[in-house]
Write a protein that binds this ligand. Structure first.
Ligand code: NAD
Ligand code: USQ
Length: 413
């Protein structure tokens, strides 16, 4: 199958490119390196030593004997992306190519606008290019569980059957996202749903939880093929951060009470889910929504799991409760349905099986590369001051006093 991977230089995009290439598909990746540029802006870096896209593709050719094509450019440039799509004529487009950080989108007005313009415009351009000559193509779009927020009812997979004043309907599940980034994903979902309706496009919107881990069968083949692992307070996600914090002997930064509960999945399951969606496409005009995660944990529960796992490697990890820089519920109901991918055959990996031997070992291996000054959060959701918008961005990622006061409430494993 001809598969185009948008955002193919990213944490998930690069392993996905190799995953499909090794299975005999014709893979074409597109990226504008927005993520690498954000690292320069914030003086952050991947914990793992990632190579340039060209070097990765060269290494993949050497290791596998297979070719991955690439094009460098932005999805927000319609001429560029429509030309790439029309020349390659993908049967499936896997769309990872967005700015994906909630804290980044909350730095200031400029970053909120950049995130929303980049994500919403890029996605809209892809939809228009599909409508203009690629209507058989299947869009597999990465959305987020964070679109739903934390309602006090079970979260369904995209749609909810409701009865209101004696009438019934099946409607999109209500969305209550928690950042300008998450809001961009809601706009994407609405645009995709509308495009399916008016143009008969086929799409699968994958509402993905927080991904952890860095190892896939392909990334393990050669260090030059490794994918990025973010741990700083802007781009790093909860579990990946806790592992590197533990490996560094720094306290694990639980925001507030830590009762925030989210869906999580292993990076290998991301690839498996994307493959299941690709091989079982949506019908023409159908906008399918799958909730893509395998287990749900509270943030404090995760930190405790990492602490216990670290103890097995003789690492004494501690937990710190910080003043929460975000505006979010810290104690809430969370029960999200996630059966559609299991019904298609997903065989999940479980965190308890990989935490000690994979995740902690990887973070320990590269711990000396870590920049400790990027660990503490200093983007506060409540702050919308002009001064913040004018300040150098680098100072917002740990080089000055953090927004959250650290309170170590638990001293030892
Ligand atoms: P990432 O930042 O590592 O990768 C995204 C890639 O897209 C980057 O290489 C970036 O340069 C590229 N990109 C951004 N804007 C672009 C544009 N306008 N044109 C071309 N390329 C562009 O992110 P990731 O962790 O690999 O996430 C991939 C997707 O999955 C995102 O859409 C994200 O919202 C979603 N997602 C990620 C997670 C997670 O835990 N990592 C969880 C849920 C959903
Ligand atoms: N958190 C901590 N300590 C930390 C980091 C985070 O307690 O050091 C908490 C946050 O307050 C939040 C939860 O952990 O309650 C998750 O935060 P996160 O940074 O791990 O994840 P999030 O901001 O939600 O974003 C990540 C990805 C994003 C994706 C999303 C899936 O960056 O691209 O969309 O996970 S989900 O969370 O399901 O919306």
């Amino acid at each position: 199958m001809r598969i185009m991977i948008l955002g193919g230089d990213g944490y998930l995009g690069w392993p996905t490119a190799m995953y499909f290439s090794t299975r005999g598909h014709d893979v074409h990746v597109v990226d504008n390196f927005a993520r690498r540029k954000a690292d320069e802006e914030l003086q952050a870096d991947s914990l793992t030593p990632i190579r340039s896209l060209d070097e990765r593709i060269h290494a993949w050719r050497e290791v596998s004997g297979k070719e991955i094509r690439s094009a460098v450019g932005t999805l927000t440039d319609y001429e560029f992306i429509s030309r790439e799509m029309n020349e390659f004529r993908p049967e499936t487009i896997i769309h990872y190519g967005e700015l994906r950080s909630a804290p980044y989108s909350m730095i200031d007005r400029e970053h909120a606008v950049y995130t929303q313009q980049n994500n919403i415009t890029g996605n809209l351009n892809v939809l228009w290019a599909m409508a203009d000559g690629l209507r058989e193509c299947h869009l597999v779009k990465l959305g987020t569980m964070g679109e739903y927020g934390t309602p006090n009812i079970d979260i369904e997979e995209g749609y909810i059957d409701i009865e209101h004043k004696g009438r019934k309907d099946r409607l999109p599940f209500p969305k209550q996202p928690g950042s300008f980034y998450h809001l961009s994903k809601v706009a994407d979902s609405n645009n995709i749903m509308f495009a399916c309706k008016i143009w008969g496009i086929r799409a699968t919107d994958l509402n993905q939880g927080v991904v952890y881990g860095v190892e896939t069968d392909e990334t393990k083949l050669d260090e030059r093929l490794c994918t990025r692992l973010d741990y700083d307070a802007i781009w790093g996600t909860a579990l990946n951060r806790f592992c590197i914090q533990a490996a560094l002997g720094e306290p694990m930064t639980v925001y507030g009470k830590g009762g925030q509960t989210r869906g999580f999945l292993d990076i290998r399951d991301t690839l498996a889910c994307v493959e299941l969606a690709t091989m079982n496409p949506a019908d023409r005009g159908e906008c399918r929504v799958f909730n893509q995660f395998t287990e749900q944990f509270s943030v404090l529960g995760l930190a405790e799991m990492v602490r216990d796992a670290a103890a097995k490697r003789d690492i004494k990890a501690t937990i710190a409760h910080l003043d929460n820089p975000r505006v979010e519920l810290e104690d809430h109901y969370f029960n999200a349905v996630h059966t559609k991918l299991l019904d298609l055959g997903l065989q999940p990996h479980f965190l308890s099986d990989t935490l000690v031997d994979s995740l902690l070992v990887t973070t320990e291996t590269y711990a000396t590369r870590a920049r400790r000054e990027t660990l503490l959060p200093d983007v506060n959701w409540r702050d919308a001051s002009d001064a913040k918008a004018g300040a150098p961005v680098a100072s917002k990622n740990g080089n000055q006093a953090p927004a959250a006061e650290m309170l170590v409430t638990e001293a030892e494993a």
